[in-house]
Design a protein around this ligand. Sequence first.
Ligand code: ADP
Ligand code: K
Ligand code: ZN
Length: 431
Amino acid sequence: MECFDRAEFWSREEIERAQLVRLRNVVGQAMRSPFYAKRLKEAGIAPETLKSLDDVRRIPCTTKDDLRSQYPDGLNTLPQCEMVRMHASSGTTGSPTVIHYTQNDLNLWADLMARCMHMVGVRREDVFQNITGYGLFTGGLGLHYGAERLGCLTIPAGPGNTTRQLKIMRDFRTTVAHIIPSYALYFGAALRDSGEDAKNLALRIALIGAEPHTEETRKRIEELLDVKAYNSYGLSEMNGPGVAFECVQQAGMHVWEDAFIAEIVDPDTLEPVAEGEVGELVMTTLCRQGMPILRYRTKDLTRFIPGECACGRHHRRIDRILGRADDMLIIKGVNIYPMQVEQILMSFPEVGENYQIVLERENYLDQIRVKVEIKEEHFVEDMRVLRDLQKRITNKLRDEVLITPRVDLVQNNGLPKAEGKAQRVVDSRES
Ligand code: ADP
Ligand code: K
Ligand code: ZN
């Protein structure tokens, strides 16, 4: 099998043998930080007490609050002069957390990223346009270094400015783009509306990730841009992107288990969920030196996909992220995930590329309003047609989420767009 790194095709036995050795190492390393020195001592954990991989569950979990309480460097295991980079989470929820990297950490991260990109067919002949924010956000530099490691001509285009992106894409015959899904939809729609045929572009692969999206959204991106789109998962606390990535089977994301231990637990009991069940993803860095993180509660909800992947890799696959545990909306006692709404909306051919979920309160009751853009050609004068569409969307949403939302049809480009990750939910209830 052609691969970037032999570890990609390790057997389960090889993976698990390496995991145990690396787990002991990383626990030893973590104990050099003030935070874990105390935390692990209190829990009676030392490297030699870890006899099998199951013993990872004896290690206390680390939370986002733990990281915040250690701001700015309480988890560092080495003096600052050993650190060569810092990033911070984009702070989608609450204040940011800071991650420090040694040169070795950066090299390993770039290798993981290159492995992901190589897996879906990116090669040195490719021209890679990185259409994401650089800066503290890990998505930009993460893929940038991966692409350079593969030898691609790497264009750090940065986010936004659709006209300029398109010009670069045409002039340099870009073949691979990294683009977040909400912007990919917008970008694809702009391309369509400009009358240019996506088939005339050299683009063949889109790497999409950093925010939750549905299979319907992927399909739309693939059609609009005439590409194969692959899901990319990561989080700053685990380097950034390069944690889990889809292979060409497009049937879930392989977690690189030679570099991380992934667990899926019940968020209330922290016990492992049954095979194939949805729970919270908990992750441990196995190779990080400057700032190891043990059993980090990602708050991301997903499941392990049972069975083997047709590609022959034995690194387990996680399913599309359903959302963060904090994304769940409770309206009139019903639990709703924004992705359920997206899935329904994107199944309507009339629906455009942007939507927003607004929480409102009326007469002390919570309501949900869904604002959705309608494509130019369907935003017709005839009110009966629009009203019928509105009704069909409302009914289908009601069947899915079990309460009746209000649905507003909005003109193409009528809703605000974010530069980075899309803000899908707006809470306008008075507190
Ligand atoms: P922030 O937490 O501020 O958004 P990060 O950049 O570290 O900062 O974001 C990591 C989070 O982004 C993940 O925990 C997850 O919620 C989300 N995310 C990343 N990649 C994906 C993906 N492919 N699908 C769904 N969500 C993703
Ligand atoms: K090249
Ligand atoms: Zn696979």
